[in-house]
Ligand binder design. Structure first.
Ligand code: SAH
Length: 246
């Protein structure tokens, strides 16, 4: 897989991903000569006179290019997980199931180490592709069924995006650090109530809260300032559970 070396952005927000800086790069707004791609200045002019802004890709630029399955967890929910658990560069995290690895990859970028379990070989392949794309070094993908157990101990956070999260509670009790979090992402509220009712039978765990995040983007065009008519609606509920005793 060839690496993305540069990003070019036009004034109207169109983004181009440049993999080969030894050739002229063609866009809808004309082409940028290869000499322009090598300059230290960030502004390049195409042969038709349009300006493009060039810089090295950041994590989020590459993240937006990952191969994804339909059920990827959206950024608004990833943000809520990070903010409500306070995980940081010292944290050790387990995420299951991997899916396309969207959540695992994002967490790997901010914590010390992430292990992710996935049962399907085809998805494991996608996650490995995405790890290479993002040049992530602290994420291990393992072919394991989370319902059967968790091998890791002393975890600061377990994130779940599986159909039956309640089947993981007994394993989480043994694998979480005291004060650590289990966060479950479920599309339906019936899954949430089954999970939260099961937590009541686990002495070492406490249900902290269940929430959903709604995001509404706005259009700002001169004095035409209003919410976008289409919004990202329901994705999933987040349930926060904490390990409160040994
Ligand atoms: N959070 C992921 C998407 C996960 S989709 C992302 O952001 O990309 C749910 C995944 O869980 C699927 O890939 C499915 O194969 C996997 N899965 C389902 N049951 C599982 C189990 N018992 N153990 C591990 N993975 C499981």
């Amino acid at each position: 897989m060839e690496k993305i070396k540069k990003i070019a952005i036009s004034r109207d927000g169109k983004k181009y991903f440049i993999r080969d800086t030894t050739k002229d790069y063609h866009t809808k707004e004309g082409f940028i000569r290869k000499e322009e791609l090598k300059k230290t200045s960030s502004i390049a002019r195409t042969n038709t006179g349009s300006e493009l802004y060039i810089f090295n890709p950041k994590f989020i630029d590459l993240y937006n290019k990952i191969k994804r399955l339909p059920q990827i967890i959206p950024l608004k929910d990833i943000g809520a997980i990070i903010a409500n658990t306070g995980i940081n560069k010292k944290s050790y995290v387990l995420d299951a199931g991997s899916g396309s690895g969207a959540l695992s990859l994002f967490l790997s970028n901010i914590v010390k180490r992430v292990v992710t379990y996935e049962i399907r070989d085809d998805f494991i392949k996608i996650v490995r592709h995405n790890i290479q794309l993002l040049k992530i070094k602290n994420l291990n993908v393992e072919k394991k069924d989370i319902y059967l157990g968790i091998d890791e101990k002393n975890l600061d956070l377990i994130t779940l995006d599986v159909p039956k999260p309640w089947e993981v509670l007994a394993h989480a009790e043994k694998s979480l650090k005291l004060g650590g979090f289990l966060v479950s992402y479920s599309p339906t509220i019936v899954q949430v109530s089954d999970l939260v009712n099961s937590v009541k039978n686990c002495k070492t765990l406490l249900h902290i809260k269940t929430m959903e995040t709604l995001e509404r983007e706005w259009e700002i065009e001169e004095r035409r300032v209003r919410p976008k008519s289409r919004m990202l609606g329901h994705s999933g509920f987040l349930t926060f559970i904490r390990k409160i005793s040994a």
